[in-house]
Design a binder for this molecule. Structure first.
Ligand SMILES: NC(=O)C1=CN([C@@H]2O[C@H](COP(=O)(O)OP(=O)(O)OC[C@H]3O[C@@H](n4cnc5c(N)ncnc54)[C@H](O)[C@@H]3O)[C@@H](O)[C@H]2O)C=CC1
Length: 393
């Protein structure tokens, strides 16, 4: 428990973090990644370049400082962070490194006059408390994953057993344990962590599991990103018979039990977690509205599979919309997602469960639309892939 005096000091730094949080975290990451190469694989360099990682950490630090009196008010943020950490295998020994860099960044960016010894001491204590909270929850998750039938802890070697193009830019990889053992089930919507060494450099990534568990293998479906080191490696160099290392499934964006109609609204490669959710929901008999947004037919993955499924299951209503259609493309609509379009495609009564995933501006638009259409907030679920951050209103 943090002392009253330390809590007050941490809270007094909130205005500084609100204005200067990003400068601080940019500096923090520079120190961390330059001086501690052992933690580099935990960070996707693309998120550093885009500034997303810095914004996410600045937001996390700010939320933490604001809620230091009542950490339970942080809501789902802690769970999201724990899941992301677990899937990348963050370990207790990483925390002191981050703590040292954070305190150094606070001192060097704010200056010794503002970041006095008392401020650093209070933040040191506060960080220690947070680190304890996270490492405890993460160890619990590691133990739970290992205790499941077929479960494991740490990296496990998997062999690529099949590789299938799903669109011009998305390819599926079927992965079987190299030890011939079973794999645990996962909750639809979860992702795995993948560890690869490319030309001597280790990288770790999360990929949504795009097929329901069958006890023997997992499937991930990866979009080739123009500058993506790992996605290009997987597309171009990882072939059938090759080995990849996986960390066990994790993730809190999961399909909850319910008998209400379900809407899965996805864009681009955001379709992947919705595929396992769709498969799982079929057995429940509930109505399913599968709504997908892609740039054009060439980028539209899993179209035939969803069409086949909806031809066989009356409960599925499948719609798709293209933002940059090619001349021979046929879609139910053209353009970006809009409130009026969703109003027409969702059931008239709004007592439905909605799960949505895609690029951030897409999700902001879906969130706003669902809110004005009267879908209860507690029934709207979404996830960012990448550093946790807030959907701007
Ligand atoms: N489990 C998860 O949380 C996962 C999340 N994702 C996320 O899904 C996103 C998918 O991106 P891409 O495949 O690259 O998409 P994309 O660039 O191919 O775009 C797909 C569609 O998104 C919509 N869209 C794009 N920009 C928009 C805007 N400004 N406003 C409204 N709609 C817009 C359009 O309808 C477009 O056709 C990524 O951000 C990725 O991080 C992907 C996989 C899993």
């Amino acid at each position: 428990m943090l002392s009253e005096a330390h809590r007050e000091i941490v809270k007094s730094t909130v205005p500084l973090l609100e204005t200067g949080g990003e400068a601080l975290t940019r500096h923090f990451y520079r120190i961390l990644l330059d001086e501690y190469p052992q933690v580099r694989p935990l960070f996707n360099q693309a998120h550093q370049h885009s500034g997303e990682q810095q914004r996410a950490l600045a937001n996390g630090v700010l939320m933490y400082a604001k809620h230091i009196d009542r950490l339970d008010a942080l809501g789902p943020l802690v769970g999201q962070i724990v899941n992301k950490h677990v899937s990348l295998r963050v370990l207790p020994e990483h925390y002191p490194i981050v703590g040292t860099c954070l305190l150094r960044a606070i001192r060097e960016v704010l200056g010794a006059e503002i970041a006095t010894d008392a401020v650093l001491e209070a933040w040191g204590e506060a960080y220690g408390l947070l680190a304890g909270l996270l490492t405890g929850a993460e160890e619990q998750a590691y133990a739970d994953a290992a205790a499941q039938p077929g479960g494991w802890r740490g990296a496990r070697a998997f062999t690529v057993s099949r590789k299938e193009a799903e669109s011009e830019e998305i390819t599926s990889f079927y992965l079987r344990p190299a030890d011939g053992g079973a794999v645990p089930d996962f909750v639809p919507g979860q992702y795995i962590g993948l560890r690869v060494v490319i030309d001597g450099t280790e990288h770790r990534r999360n990929y949504s599991l795009s097929m329901l568990g069958n006890g023997d293998e997992y499937r991930i479906s990866v979009k080739r990103e123009p500058a993506g080191q790992v996605s290009n490696y997987l597309h171009d160099r990882a072939g059938v018979g090759d080995t990849l290392e996986l960390f066990p499934p994790a993730g809190a964006f999961t399909l909850k039990d319910s008998s209400r109609p379900l809407a899965l609204i996805t864009a681009g490669v955001g379709i992947t977690p919705a595929l396992s959710m769709l498969e799982a929901a079929l057995g429940s008999g509930r109505d399913i509205h599968f709504i997908h947004y892609a740039r054009h037919g060439g980028a539209h993955a899993f179209k035939r599979q969803i069409e086949d499924l909806s031809a066989r299951h009356e409960q599925i209503r499948h719609r798709f919309c293209y933002s940059e259609p090619r001349h021979d493309d046929q879609a139910h609509a053209i353009g970006f997602v809009s409130e009026s379009q969703l109003a027409g495609w969702l059931p008239e009564h709004r007592d439905i469960d909605v799960y949505f995933v895609g690029p951030k501006p897409f999700m902001s638009q879906v969130k706003r639309s669902l809110s004005s259409l009267g879908v209860p907030d507690t029934q709207c679920h979404y996830e960012f892939f990448g550093p946790a951050s807030a959907l701007e209103e």
